[in-house]
Design a protein around this ligand. Structure first.
Ligand SMILES: Nc1ncnc2c1ncn2[C@@H]1O[C@H](COP(=O)(O)OP(=O)(O)OP(=O)(O)O)[C@@H](O)[C@H]1O
Length: 255
């Protein structure tokens, strides 16, 4: 078996007496788009926050490319290759789009933070590499046309894509997308589907948490389904669509 990009083993997370996530295990393989779905309150956000290091786990293990990360702080997980987006836009309205993406690159820099001012601790070629990376991300996310616009002035959909762009700037091995389609209209969701596939095509694995079933079924290679904090099913979109436990708990007659 190849090493998973992200592996979750027997993850439990409780808040006092609330068992938000119970004994959850799954793997995100290299080059895979994995969906995490379930009804409201089933533990999806808690899982993402535990993976990202926002919450300490109650028990269980999280491995990134084979190494344990469950005790590491959030920023170390990012610099090791686990990036995430948030349900609400987490951006700087006064920055330009390009500046905001540059911020996301900082976690990968070897140069001293003041190297551009004082010329000390500079890693040759790093500025050029970062500039090229930003251009590549603008191209990938379709934000080139608004690259020099202030973040406050771009559309809500562009802000969502910018959040993904900023997460990509950290050069992740896996990106966690927390409800990326929230608030998007049909053609924007289509663009999001294409973007998610393009991200995978660059070699970055994707874990996507989403309520929009058409998008999940269209874009995911495999899907994990939660209910009351526990995994009730795992499989291809076709298998999940026809799984009676999933239909009863979540999908109903919707798909
Ligand atoms: N910080 C917290 N303190 C106490 N209980 C919490 C906390 N965060 C989540 N919970 C509880 O944990 C359970 C799982 O919540 P979670 O937000 O992870 O579900 P979800 O699947 O992401 O829901 P939604 O689809 O509505 O975002 C719920 O019962 C919720 O009330």
């Amino acid at each position: 078996m190849t090493t998973a990009v992200l592996q979750v083993q027997n993850l439990c997370k409780s808040f006092g007496g609330v068992h938000a996530v119970r004994d959850l295990s799954f793997r995100v393989e290299p080059g895979e788009i994995l969906g995490l779905i379930g009804p409201n309150g089933s533990g999806k956000s808690t899982t993402v926050n535990a993976l990202a290091g926002v919450y300490p786990v109650t028990s269980g293990e999280i491995l990134l490319a084979g190494g344990h990360i469950q005790t590491l702080p959030e920023y170390e997980r990012v610099s090791m290759g686990l990036a995430r987006t948030f349900q609400t836009a987490s951006i700087f309205p006064e920055f330009t789009v390009r500046e905001q993406i540059r911020l996301g690159c900082n976690v990968t820099l070897h140069s001293h933070p003041l190297s551009s001012v004082f010329g000390i601790g500079r890693h040759p070629g790093e500025d050029e590499a970062v500039t090229q990376r930003i251009e590549d991300i603008l191209e990938l996310t379709g934000l080139n046309d608004v690259a020099d616009n202030r973040v406050a002035t771009i559309t809500a959909a562009e802000q969502r894509f910018l959040m993904i762009a900023t997460a990509l700037a950290a050069q992740p091995k896996v990106i966690l997308l927390d409800e990326p389609a929230a608030g998007l209209v049909s053609h924007e969701r289509q663009a999001l589907s294409s973007l998610i596939r393009s991200i995978r095509d660059t070699g970055v694995s994707v874990l996507v948490i989403e309520h929009h079933m058409a998008l999940i079924m269209e874009v995911c290679d495999r899907i994990v389904v939660l209910n009351f904090g526990s995994k009730i099913a795992e499989g291809t979109p076709e298998e999940i669509r026809n799984n009676q436990a999933v239909i009863d708990a979540y999908l109903g007659e919707a798909v």
